[in-house]
Design a binder for this molecule. Structure first.
Ligand code: PSU
Ligand code: MN
Length: 308
């Protein structure tokens, strides 16, 4: 614990908010550098921060700069990561030791953002989509470290469900095995990122931010390790046509296989390919669902700070 300050830098605003038990929402940075093209990525990241503020919480974008996990990135940090794009390291759990010891930079995935949030004492985190069990994982064993982190680290992740670049059924099975509660906000069905339907059930439907905060509070009070996944469907007006997006995803997965894309490159390749194949329309949906998740996460963080 005593050497932590060597590797962790929490902005003054975020530190003060945590000490005063004010609501804080963590935000990830791989979505900035590897999930969207410049300059939309930077515009979106700043809009998401603004949305968190409008909904009564303090945003804490998390990234790695100069060998430190930064909790509460500056606008300059965000601009830098957005411009650097794929040239910055995509930092998942396994990347932390070397990036930190060598003083390097990195964009944090859901897993690493959860680690940073937990170290700083932040309980709620908003993103777009989480990683999961990839299609074909029976042979590739490609399962995102995000799932393992959800089973270990005490942070709630608010997302729009999972993209069907993943095997959604296996992703839910994995989360069940690991004891991670999957909550649908105002829905009993797992949303599929671009659409509000997947045909698969979540564990529980909860209809208010207060109920979600209370469920998380119970888990904290029981000292159960691990997070909670809250799935918030994309607003209907921004949802994509299921047939169109599903055939696009099929095509993207096929292209990735043909090109032999593997490991940490798989998810960024698929995200980029889908954006290109839809002529940027999927990007608009993506931006809207992230804003929608930031709104819900902020309301949950507010409810959680009032329920101590
Ligand atoms: N899924 C998305 N958008 C994203 C990601 C996933 O719809 O931006 C990013 C997140 O940062 C997530 C990471 O944590 O990809 C997962 O990568 P992998 O599958 O390599 O674990
Ligand atoms: Mn993977």
């Amino acid at each position: 614990m005593n050497n932590l300050s060597r590797y962790l830098r929490v902005s003054e605003e975020v530190q003060k908010a945590i000490q005063e038990n004010k609501p804080v929402v963590a935000l990830e940075s791989t979505i900035i550098s590897h999930g969207m093209p410049y300059p939309k990525n930077v515009e979106t990241a700043l809009m998401v921060e603004e949305t968190v503020r409008e909904n009564g919480a303090i945003p804490a974008t998390i990234c790695i700069i100069g060998g430190k996990i930064v909790v509460g990135a500056s606008h300059e940090d965000i601009e830098y990561l957005g411009k650097a794009g794929l040239s910055v390291h995509k930092a998942s759990r396994r990347d932390l030791p070397v990036l930190l010891s060598k003083g390097m930079d990195g964009a944090t995935t859901v897993a690493t953002t959860m680690i940073g949030a937990a170290l700083a004492g932040i309980k709620v985190f908003a993103t777009g989509g989480v990683g999961g069990v990839h299609r074909g994982a029976e042979t590739t064993m490609d399962i995102s470290a995000d799932l393992e982190e959800l089973s270990d680290t005490n942070v709630m992740v608010v997302c729009a469900g999972c993209k069907s670049i993943l095997d959604l059924n296996l992703t839910l099975e994995y989360l069940e095995t690991k004891g991670v509660p999957v909550i649908g906000y105002k829905t009993g069905e797992l949303p599929a990122f671009y659409t509000d339907k997947s045909g698969l059930k979540v564990d529980y439907r909860l209809d208010t931010p207060e109920e979600i905060a209370s469920a998380f509070k119970a888990k904290i009070d029981l000292e159960m390790k691990g997070g909670m996944l809250v799935a918030n469907p994309i607003p209907a007006e921004y949802a994509m046509d299921p047939d169109e997006i599903n055939s696009t995803i099929e095509q993207a997965v096929k292209d990735a296989n043909e090109l032999g894309i593997k490991g940490k490159d798989t998810t960024p390749y698929l995200l980029d390919r889908i954006q290109k194949l839809t002529g940027g329309r999927s990007l608009d949906s993506n931006i809207q669902l992230v804003l929608n998740n930031a709104r819900l996460a902020s309301k949950i963080a507010v409810a959680l700070s009032e329920n101590q």
